[in-house]
Design a protein around this ligand. Structure first.
Ligand SMILES: *Cc1c(COP(=O)(O)O)cnc(C)c1O
Length: 368
C-alpha cells in the first residue's frame, strides 16, 4: 500500500488524509486481502465506526493478519459479539455529565468532549457508544453551557479537551474552544487528549503549534500503543509540539495480541522518551462493547510494571491504572513492594527482589 499511496502529492496534507480515509470493505480490499473474520465484521453495517487514514493504513503489514497496527484499525468479527461483562458506558460518563459534552468525575478537573470525530477510529475505543456515531462537533451553545458550568465551579483548575479527537477540528474551531476556557480565571491548566500524532501526524503544523503556544500552560497527552507507530512522521509531529513548550505524555492501552508483552512495552517506553514523550498511563482495557478480545489479565499489567520499574529510566515508567467500571475513576495498580509495615519499620522489596528494612523515625511524627 505504501508504494501506491505515498506517491500521492497531497500525502502530507492532513485534510487530504482525513478526506481519503478507508471506511468500507471495498476501500480496504483495494490494498489488503481481508481475512474471513475481517470480512465478517463488514457484513451488514459494522456496529461501530470504521475509518483509517491512508497514513495509518500505510503502516500496516499487509501480509500479517496479526499486525499490531492492523488490529487497532480493521475490525474483527469478535466486535459483533457482546461479552457478558461489556458495558455501553463502562465509565458511567453519561451520569457524570452535568451539561452536554462535559464529564465531571474528579473534584478539580473536567473532561470536555470537543468532537465525536477521529482521524482513525480505534477498534478498542472506550467511548465507541458515541464516538464516530453521530459525528457531532460541540455546538456554540453547548460550548457556552460547558464554559458557564466551569466558570461557576471555582474548584475546577484543570480542563481536559478530549473527544473524539480535538485535533480533527481546524485551527479556528480549536482556538475558539481553547480561548473560551483560557478566559476562565480559575482554570490553571488546559490539556488536550489526542491520537493525532499517531494517526494523522501531518495535522501538527507550524501554524497549529504557534496558535497553541499562546495558551500556555497547555499540556498534551497522546496514545502510542506500539513502537511501530513511532515513525519519522510521528517523531516530527512530537518535535513540533515539544519545541513549542507543550509537555507531551502518552497513554497506552494494554491490548491482547497488540502490545501484551514485556518486550513490546519496554521498547515502546524507551522509544517514547527518545522523542521526548513521557509515558503517563498504561491502561487496563475498559469493558466497552465488543472489545473483550482485547482484554488481558490484570496480572499482566503488574508484571509489565515490575519489568520496567528499576530496570529502565524512572521517567520512562508509566502508572498502570484501571479506570473503575461504573465511574470510580482511575485506580493505580502496583506490584507489591511493601512487604510489611509496622510503627517501627517498613520492610521493602527492591526491583531485584532483595529485601531491605527502613527504620521509622523514633520521634513522634505529630505531637498529640
Ligand atoms: C482521565 C480523566 C481525567 C484526567 O485524569 P488524570 O488522572 O488527572 O489524568 C479527568 N476526567 C475524566 C472524566 C477522566 O476520564
Amino acid at each position: 500500500m505504501s508504494d501506491i499511496y505515498r506517491q500521492e502529492k497531497n500525502w502530507r496534507n492532513w485534510s487530504w488524509q482525513f478526506a481519503n480515509r478507508l471506511r468500507t470493505q471495498a476501500d480496504f480490499e483495494k490494498y489488503f486481502t481481508l481475512t474471513d473474520s475481517e470480512k465478517m465484521a463488514f457484513l451488514g453495517k459494522p456496529p461501530f465506526a470504521v475509518a483509517v487514514t491512508p497514513y495509518y493504513a500505510s503502516l500496516i503489514d499487509k501480509l500479517n493478519p496479526n499486525c499490531p497496527i492492523r488490529r487497532q484499525a480493521i475490525p474483527l468479527s469478535q466486535e459483533l459479539t457482546c461479552g457478558i461483562n461489556d458495558l455501553t458506558d463502562p465509565l458511567n460518563e453519561e451520569r457524570l455529565s452535568p451539561v452536554d459534552n462535559l464529564i465531571h468525575r474528579y473534584p478539580d478537573r473536567v473532561l470536555l468532549i470537543a468532537t465525536e470525530i477521529c482521524h482513525t477510529y480505534c477498534r478498542h475505543c472506550t467511548r465507541r457508544r458515541r464516538v464516530g456515531v453521530k459525528k457531532l462537533v460541540i455546538s456554540h451553545e453547548q460550548l457556552n453551557n460547558a464554559v458557564a458550568y466551569i466558570s461557576s465551579n471555582k474548584q475546577i483548575r484543570d480542563v481536559l479537551i478530549s473527544g473524539g479527537d480535538p485535533l480533527t477540528l481546524n485551527d479556528q474551531q480549536l482556538e475558539k474552544i481553547i480561548k473560551a476556557i483560557r478566559d476562565i480565571p480559575h482554570v490553571e491548566v488546559i490539556r488536550i487528549g489526542t491520537r493525532t500524532p499517531v494517526t494523522n501526524p501531518f495535522r501538527i503544523t507550524e501554524e497549529l503549534v504557534q496558535m497553541l503556544k499562546a495558551y500556555h500552560p497547555l499540556w498534551m497527552n497522546t496514545q502510542f500503543n506500539h513502537y511501530l507507530e513511532i515513525t519519522e512522521e510521528a517523531k516530527q509531529a512530537c518535535k513540533l509540539l515539544v519545541d513549542a513548550g507543550i509537555p507531551l505524555g502518552n497513554q497506552t492501552v494494554l491490548l491482547r495480541g497488540i502490545n501484551d508483552s514485556v518486550e513490546v512495552q519496554k521498547k515502546l517506553v524507551q522509544k517514547l522518551i527518545q522523542i521526548r514523550v513521557r509515558p503517563y498511563y498504561l491502561y487496563q482495557c475498559d469493558l466497552a462493547e465488543g472489545i473483550e478480545h482485547f482484554r488481558t489479565p490484570v496480572a499482566l499489567g503488574t508484571e509489565i510494571m515490575e519489568s520496567l520499574q528499576g530496570h529502565t529510566s524512572g521517567f520512562a515508567v508509566p502508572s498502570f491504572v484501571i479506570d473503575a467500571p461504573g465511574g470510580g475513576g482511575k485506580i493505580p495498580v502496583l506490584p507489591q513492594y511493601v512487604i510489611c509495615q509496622t510503627p517501627k519499620k517498613v520492610v521493602l522489596r527492591n526491583y531485584e527482589g532483595k529485601m531491605f528494612t527502613y527504620p521509622e523515625p523514633n520521634k513522634k511524627w505529630k505531637e498529640e
